[in-house]
Structure formats: C-alpha cells, structure tokens
Design a protein around this ligand. Structure first.
Ligand SMILES: Cc1cc2nc3c(=O)[nH]c(=O)nc-3n(C[C@H](O)[C@H](O)[C@H](O)COP(=O)(O)O)c2cc1C
Length: 210
C-alpha cells in the first residue's frame, strides 16, 4: 500500500507543532535516507545539560534486524504481562500487535540516553538531577526529530517499550551497554489519518501568570 507524500513544506512552525501527531499505522512506502538524516540533524541541535548531548541514535531499516528486535522485545513483554496476571489470549494479541507495529514501519529509530559525559557529584540527589536533565534533553531531541519528520511529510509513532526492557534491546542489537534505549520511534507515511487527542485549554495549564 503506497501513499502519496503529503506536502507540508509551506507550513509555519506553529502549524508544524500543532499538526504533528502520533501515527500508529504506517504504509510500506519507503523513507528517503536524507529525510532520516534531516531528523537526526535536527535532534543534534536540541538543548542539553552543559551542552553534553547525552543522546545517541540507532536507525533500523532492514527487515531482519527489525524482526530480531521485535521478537526479543516481544518475549520480554510476554514475560512481564504474565507477571501482571494477564490471560494468555490477551498476551498473544498485545504482543502480536506490538510486533506488527515495529516490523511494518519502514524505519525504526531508537533514541538512547548516553550518560557517560555527564557531571558526577559526591551525592546521589545531584547525580539523579543530572540524569533527569539528560532525560529532559533527550525528549527535546526527540521532539526536534518528530517535528522535522512531520514537516517533511512523514509521521512517527512513539513507543515507550524500550524503557521497560533496555537490556533486552541492547543485547538484541549488540549495542554498547552504556546506551540506554529510551523510546522506539516508528517513521513512515501515514496509512490512516489518526484521530487527534484533545488538549487541555491553556487557562487550565497556566497555574500562575503574574
Ligand atoms: C514519553 C512518551 C511515551 C509514549 N509511549 C507511547 C506508546 O508506548 N505507545 C503509543 O502508542 N503511544 C505512545 N506515546 C504517544 C502518546 O500516546 C501521544 O503523544 C499522545 O496520546 C498525544 O497524541 P499526539 O501525539 O497524536 O498528539 C508516547 C508519548 C510519549 C511522549
């Protein structure tokens, strides 16, 4: 199923921010390598604590690698769902859908936290704050990628699954154990238009404006 490339190049920044949406069903239309590089280039310019850029990115495009990762993550998720007491049929369905979502995406990106260049303090509270800052900046880098993808006519889906099985991901992909996979971003062209999630009104979010 091939879909036409949406033309979003004339959108303003505000329109791109508002237009970006999570798309969970992507078509099999391939994604140009330069679009992926443009997303990663945008990530590179995100703010970070002390300018340390505590992020690294894994890009997967080959079917067999996506399968290896999705199968390994599926096994671990199956184990975790059983611990939660879910029944076998529900576990099968959830794991199968997750596998399909990962393997059907033309591109899978794994933003990883990379903490080795962060400051180290003698106390745990400040070390924890340092990690929080790094995670905040990884989120900024991911948002840069999502906005760039949207502007280029692509859509992404954010899956938090790697956070729940980081060692499974690093082992399946033979990554440096210092990398902590924090998300799995599927990238491609929307197969169906998603229903937008409502947002809270601005006045409910501003708790003080003196
Ligand atoms: C940290 C984070 C984790 C998320 N994890 C998932 C996920 O595991 N699966 C999923 O379908 N969407 C996930 N999402 C996407 C959110 O559900 C989505 O952003 C939210 O519902 C708002 O919809 P929108 O992105 O279309 O505006 C995640 C988003 C964030 C920021």
């Amino acid at each position: 199923m091939m879909t036409a490339e949406p033309n979003r190049l004339s959108l303003s920044l505000a329109e791109i921010i508002r237009g970006r949406r999570s798309v969970r069903r992507l078509s099999d239309r391939p994604v140009a390598r330069e679009h992926i590089l443009a997303m990663l280039e945008a990530a590179r310019w995100a703010p970070s604590p002390h300018g340390r850029q505590p992020w690294r990115f894994v890009v997967l495009t080959r079917a067999e690698v996506k399968h290896t990762l999705a199968a390994a993550m599926g096994e671990e998720w199956r184990r975790q769902l059983a611990l939660d007491g879910q029944d076998a049929a529900t576990i099968d369905t959830r794991v199968r859908k997750s596998y399909e979502r990962m393997t059907s995406a033309p591109v899978v990106l794994l933003p990883c936290l990379y903490t080795v260049n962060l400051d180290v303090y003698p106390d745990e509270a400040r070390n924890a704050a340092e990690i929080t800052m790094a995670v905040q900046s990884l989120g900024c880098a991911i948002q840069n990628m999502l906005l760039t993808a949207y502007a280029l006519g692509l859509d992404c889906g954010w899956m938090c699954a790697p956070l729940f099985c980081p060692e499974t991901v690093t082992a399946a992909l033979d990554l440096d154990p210092a990398l902590i996979p924090h998300a799995l971003i599927t990238v491609g062209y929307a197969a169906v238009e998603p229903v937008r999630r409502e947002r809270l009104p601005l006045e409910a979010l501003i708790v003080r404006f003196d």
